[in-house]
Design a binder for this molecule. Structure first.
Ligand code: MG
Length: 159
């Protein structure tokens, strides 16, 4: 087995969509970034890459590369799932936490899990997503940005 950790932050701004776990959430603010800025999927990607010690999301999808401008992060996740497969591993389970002051994410959590599980080719029960506010303190609490933390356990493909 191999374990990895991922962390990501994106700035909240007006005029951008709020996409988390591939779910477009209706809100007055969205996440800024080169891709669709899906902070949750980015943290999961880094956890997966970390588990196989194959660098990070910035190395695999440079923000200087026009190919990834506005990219659907679930497509990046699919690519990384192929990368870990080629390294001889598959996802055992993922656990993640999104830190966002507003809006409440509870109604969207299961859709995020289903989206990522489908892309990873695993059961929904292998993908956990949790959410917390920033308790109105720090950059998340002041709604300046959102953060996400993730851990991923990989198992050998033939195990
Ligand atoms: Mg990111």
């Amino acid at each position: 087995m191999r374990i990895g950790i991922g962390y990501d932050v994106h700035r909240l701004t007006e005029g951008r969509p709020l996409i988390l776990g591939g779910v477009a959430i209706d809100h007055t603010l969205g996440l800024d970034g080169h891709s669709d800025a899906d902070v949750l999927v980015h943290a999961v990607i880094d956890a997966m890459l970390g588990a196989v010690a194959l660098g990070d999301i910035g190395q695999h999808f440079p923000d200087t590369d026009a190919e990834w401008k506005g990219a659907d992060s679930l497509k990046l996740l699919a690519h990384v799932n192929t990368v870990i497969g080629e390294a001889g591993y598959r996802v055992g389970n993922v656990d993640a936490v999104v830190v966002l002051q507003r809006p409440k994410l509870r109604p969207h959590i299961d859709a995020m899990r289903a989206n990522m599980a489908e892309v990873l080719g695993v059961e929904v029960g292998q993908v956990s997503v949790k959410a917390t506010t920033g308790e109105k303190i720090g950059f998340t609490g002041r709604e300046e940005g959102a953060a996400a933390h993730a851990v991923c356990l990989l198992v050998e493909s033939d195990a």
